[in-house]
Design a protein around this ligand. Structure first.
Ligand code: CA
Ligand code: CA
Ligand code: CA
Ligand code: CA
Ligand code: CA
Length: 373
């Protein structure tokens, strides 16, 4: 199937051949729909990914405009893949002192939503809303401990508030991420607190074209958490316990509290506290990669997505000719879908805690410069 050709790995293998590159870019576009459609078919048996080499030092090719607030203000990005024109996809970034910014793939800010101090942002396509399908974006408002909910307007590429009401968490808000169940097709938000408490909320159309939510599960991780990511096909939920490491839980609401350690900061693992953002690059049939921000040493660890989450290596984003490297990174997001000529095999987006040219911002790195064959 052509979608197979769009995997990160086969893409990298064909790099020197120009016409194949074009085919692969096309296939990546097709894979967009395939990838998301695959959410409904469970593929719980992880397969072995072909070998990949993790580059040790890479550079960003794009940086976004700085956020409007000074100090530790930017935090977490989410990528919206434009289904009709992937080159016109966007990055949604949090400014935890004021709201959410939307950037194009050249890094230019195209919208700023001053809705309050938003922490962690995430997005899921295909959400059933008002008789159609919408890309829904969530963030947590730390001033009100509420769930902010938007949809992406595909025409303007901007965010439109679709929260049905003021949805208050039962915990003090900190990190969050979204999940679409491969079993039920339902959409969820995981919210967590600085105490390591987690709440899972089901998101649904309220019947009037807005999105409402109900709490379906609560559990404790232990100590402070923030970064998290859910695997929409393997039904797993990864969360960073900042001082300790990464845990994986069952992402289903009935999944209980049993968990497995993925990696640790204890000197035996590959992370240096704080452990911050987590994100997943999907390949077909359960393959792909989990990325983690190891904030304490400004590196990023890469793991195999399924199975025992084998550690594959770590890398840094270093200074390039034009664009500075990344330090003290909080949130990250990745897609393995090709986004036009600038990011033909996908992109990794990273918060930069120390931008050389102003307030904090986000850096964009072509995925194939990290995952090398
Ligand atoms: Ca920070
Ligand atoms: Ca944190
Ligand atoms: Ca920097
Ligand atoms: Ca943070
Ligand atoms: Ca810069």
């Amino acid at each position: 199937m052509s979608a197979t050709a769009s995997t990160i790995l086969s893409v990298v293998r064909f790099r020197p051949l120009r016409f194949l590159r074009a085919i692969v870019t096309l296939a990546a576009g097709l894979a967009l729909s395939v990838a998301f459609a695959a959410c409904s078919s469970s593929s719980a048996s992880p397969e072995t990914s072909p070998p990949v080499r993790i580059a040790s030092q890479v550079v960003a090719t794009v940086e976004t405009d700085p956020v409007p607030h000074r100090g530790d203000a930017a935090d977490d990005p989410a990528i919206w893949v434009n289904p009709t024109d992937p080159a016109k996809s966007t990055i949604i970034g949090t400014d935890k002192k004021g709201g959410l910014a939307v950037y194009d793939l050249a890094g230019k800010q195209i919208q700023y939503v001053a809705d309050g101090p938003m922490n962690n942002v995430d997005l899921r396509r295909g959400f059933p809303l008002a008789g159609g399908k919408a890309a829904v974006v969530t963030a947590l408002n730390r001033a009100t401990d509420t769930i902010a909910i938007y949809r992406v307007d595909p025409q303007t590429r901007g965010l439109v508030d679709v929260a049905a009401r003021r949805i208050e968490l039962g915990i003090s808000s900190y990190g969050s991420c979204m999940y679409r169940s491969p079993r039920s097709g339902k959409f969820y938000l995981f919210a967590n607190s600085e105490k390591g408490e987690v709440e899972q909320w089901e998101l649904f159309d309220d019947g009037r074209g807005k999105v409402d939510a109900r709490r379906v599960r609560s559990f404790d991780v232990g100590t402070q958490t923030e970064g998290c990511v859910a695997d929409d096909r393997l039904a797993s939920f990864f969360i960073a316990e900042e001082r300790r490491g990464i845990w994986v839980y069952d992402a289903e609401p009935g999944g209980g509290t049993s968990r497995t350690k993925v990696d640790s900061t204890d000197g035996l693992g590959h992370l240096r506290a704080d452990v911050e953002g987590l994100t997943i690059a999907y390949g077909p049939n359960g393959t792909g990669y989990l990325f983690a921000s190891s904030q304490g040493d400004s590196t990023y660890a890469v793991y195999r997505r399924g199975g025992a989450h084998e550690y594959l290596g770590s890398f840094q984003i270093v200074d390039g000719g034009e664009i500075d490297g990344t330090q003290h990174t909080d949130g990250i997001d990745v897609t393995s879908v090709g986004l036009g000529s600038a990011f033909p095999r996908g992109v990794l987006v990273l918060h930069d805690g120390r931008n050389d040219s102003g307030n904090q911002n986000f850096k964009l790195v072509p995925l194939e410069s990290i995952l090398q064959s």
